[in-house]
Design a binder for this molecule. Sequence first.
Ligand SMILES: [Zn+2]
Length: 414
Amino acid sequence: MRDVELYRHLLGIEQPWTVSRVELSVSDQRVDVWVGHAEGVRWACPECGTLLSAYDHAEERAWRHLDSCQFKTFLRAEIPRVRCPEHGVRQARVPWAEPHSRFTALFERLAIDVLREATVLGAGRILGLSWDEVWHIMERAVKRGLLAKRERIAKRIGVDEKAVGKGQQYFTLVVDLDSGTVEHVIDDRKQVSLDSFFKSRTEAQLQGIEAVAMDMWEPYLRSALAHLPGAADKVVFDRFHIMKHVNQAVDDVRKQENKELRASGDDSLTGSKYAWIYGRENLPEKYRERFASLKAMNLRTGRAWAIKESLRDLWSYVSPAWAEKYWKCWYFWATHSRLKPVIDKARMIQRHLGNVLTYFKHRITNAMSEGLNSTIQEIKHSARGFRNRENFKTSIYFHCGGLDLYPATHGNPR
Ligand SMILES: [Zn+2]
């Protein structure tokens, strides 16, 4: 078999394309494969499919292909151009690569597989690609995947903020709670941030949203009320976020009390912050003994802790009516506790009660699946090398978007 025939088979080149020449450079460790075509072939206009004869050829281009035994391999061709009466002069499509790509579809598939398992730097080393080339492939893969899933309906979503890098910089993440995939990543955590998600939805997708879990964060709530039909019954304030507020109140009580105790030489509360924050059943062994004696001291912090612990039971009710009854008792207790931080938080929750109790209809929380959360943490951890926020976003979509990232190849339709 001649080398051109061999490469025709290896590359899956089919009529009207043929391999015209193969050049091997041992010193450069590369193979160049020239692909040409027969005379008199008619080509389809990429816009409308009309068959036309070649008008001229574009300048020769090269596509990186799968290596041949560790020799970097490049496909080279002059792509024919057609002159469509309707669309003007256009390049015909080639079967081995997507328009504007510098890689063959098979190479992109391999690169995507490697990128799923390795960091950007690692993938670059394995594939012999520059930093920019790797990002180029990732961006194209994400764009392709997002286009393909444009119409999917996410019924139950979670809206969450994620701190990015240093300072007060945030992303807003919209997660499909059922599939555990990231639907949308937007700069900042303002109303306009979430607005841009709702605006990107089709009418059917908007109507299809049944419930939204979010933090008690006014800008997010305002956005949902403005864009989501029936939002008042669909927004559920996340229970873990609510408990975070109440835990903060317990800690504020502790700090104040600790200050007073220390003034009289008693430092029993010093360094006990985390003992009060754990749920009673999750308290680690190392805190247990100390915590038991702290509780026996009849401290204000102990009372705040008990009030906090009892609020956790709210979410275990099955019936919304009983849950509301329980809330009223708890609210009375909390607001008569004479503990200002606790009273303030109780009132804050009371103001938002409608969207706390929607939990009993939808039963969703914002807690992302463990897998998703740890993947995003990993991405964040390696974010130092990302150079910009767009790359960070691309990575989140690439790894967490649940996207079909592959380009079509001859034998593998999408
Ligand atoms: Zn056309």
